[in-house]
Write a protein that binds this ligand. Structure first.
Ligand SMILES: *Cc1c(COP(=O)(O)O)cnc(C)c1O
Length: 384
């Protein structure tokens, strides 16, 4: 196999389009100069559209987790009561961050592969009146579940004064995101998933309601203090040296999304999800999640007649196709396909075809072509 054959279909980092690669290779410029300010000015309105908000979106140089930690330390303080909705490993990470800061952290947990139930959250908040913030994960990347953020946010607002904080790291840019209309107070994402960039930037948008809390919050913080980012962004700059190469890339990523049209970007992701799921069903390989709560950006597959790890190894060695394994107790039980950002229906047909060959290679029962055919049929149906 040619060494450069590298089919990256894990749920982040995701492949970077060539025009973004080129944008990122531009020579360095001064971060306090007019060129950088002009670039920030151009980026600001475009980034808002991706979040569905009128608020400015702040950019932090750090991985997605820096965005999660930023959200936590700005909206709550040591000793505050918070609620974390845990549907997998990223919900668990949010809870661990809160616990690390010694916030009084309550958890509502569901079985991995299930979505958070809205009435559980409403009932909890009716009985616990001191919750300052509710942390939730939009797409739980470890299972491929999509939590019902709009409904969860509504339940929080109807039953408490708590802020709604959402981790959208593995889906913002790939799925409909309506921060303002959904009443979300803090929305976080990262650069290396549906945003088509390498890792290194976190994006955080904040509601007016949350700003009041953030202003009054006495929790110690420095690099992650959102007030610094806001005050600088008002002047089209950043408090610290930003990851400028990534920001060059970000501008091109936003250009690409605009050229395609955000609605078409979202429809493409839904189509890729539907094609992938139809293929697995046609191959008689069980999925971890139900259709109506499945994420458009990542699909978790739970084979029962072959080893997930053997398949991953086969497709990686023979075709350079990287699929992700399971996390924590799902390790070895599932494999996960990332279909986000720089990924198209053509890529879906490719990885389905390779997965079929991988199944055949490891001795699993497989009707070659059955998955590809099912995916093609979904494509034909949606394009007629
Ligand atoms: C990838 C991811 C993160 C952030 O991970 P980093 O490695 O810090 O970038 C957070 N939440 C979710 C849901 C993710 O998928």
């Amino acid at each position: 196999m040619i060494n450069e054959s590298n089919l990256l279909r894990i749920p982040g980092p995701s492949p970077v389009p060539p025009s973004i690669q080129r944008a990122m290779s531009q020579p360095m410029i001064g971060h306090r100069g007019a060129e950088t300010s002009a670039m920030m000015k151009r980026i600001k309105p475009e980034l808002k559209k991706v979040f569905g908000t009128k608020q400015d979106v702040m950019i932090i140089t750090g991985s997605g987790t820096s965005g999660l930690e930023t959200a936590a330390v700005n909206v709550a303080a040591t000793g505050d009561e918070v609620l974390v909705l845990v549907s997998g490993s990223f919900g668990d990470r949010f809870a661990k961050i809160c616990e690390e800061y010694k916030m009084k952290t309550h958890r509502i947990e569901v079985e991995w592969g299930d979505e958070i139930k809205v009435e559980d959250v409403a009932n909890f908040l009716k009985e616990n009146k001191n919750i300052k913030a509710v942390f939730m994960t939009q797409c739980e990347t470890s299972t491929g579940i999509m939590n019902p953020i709009e409904e969860l946010s509504k339940a929080v607002r109807e039953n408490s004064d708590a802020l709604v904080v959402v981790d959208g790291v593995s889906c913002v840019g790939g799925v409909v995101t309506e921060m303002d209309a959904w009443g979300v107070d803090v929305f976080v994402t990262g650069s290396q998933k549906a945003m088509m960039l390498p890792a290194g930037l976190a994006f955080v948008a904040v509601s007016d309601k949350a700003w009041k809390v953030i202003e009054a919050n006495e929790q110690a913080r420095f690099y992650l203090d959102l007030r610094r980012y806001r005050d600088n962004l008002d002047k089209d700059t950043t408090p610290f040296t930003p990851g400028l190469s990534l920001i060059f890339g970000l501008e091109q990523a936003l250009n690409l999304m605009n050229e395609e049209g955000l609605e078409n970007v979202y429809a493409r992701h839904t189509l890729m999800k539907d094609m992938t799921r139809a293929a697995m069903k046609a191959l008689n390989v069980p999925l971890l999640t139900e259709d109506d709560v499945a994420s458009a950006t990542v699909t978790a597959v739970k084979p029962d007649t072959f080893e997930a790890e053997a398949l991953r190894k086969s497709v990686k060695t023979k075709f350079g196709l990287s699929l992700a394994g399971g996390q924590a107790h799902l390790k070895g039980e599932i494999f996960r396909i990332g279909h986000m950002g720089f990924c198209t229906p053509a890529d879906v047909l490719q990885y389905i075809g390779i997965i079929e060959l991988g199944m055949s290679d490891i001795g699993a029962e497989v009707e070659l072509g059955a998955g590809v055919k099912a995916a093609q049929e979904v494509y034909v149906k949606q394009n007629n």
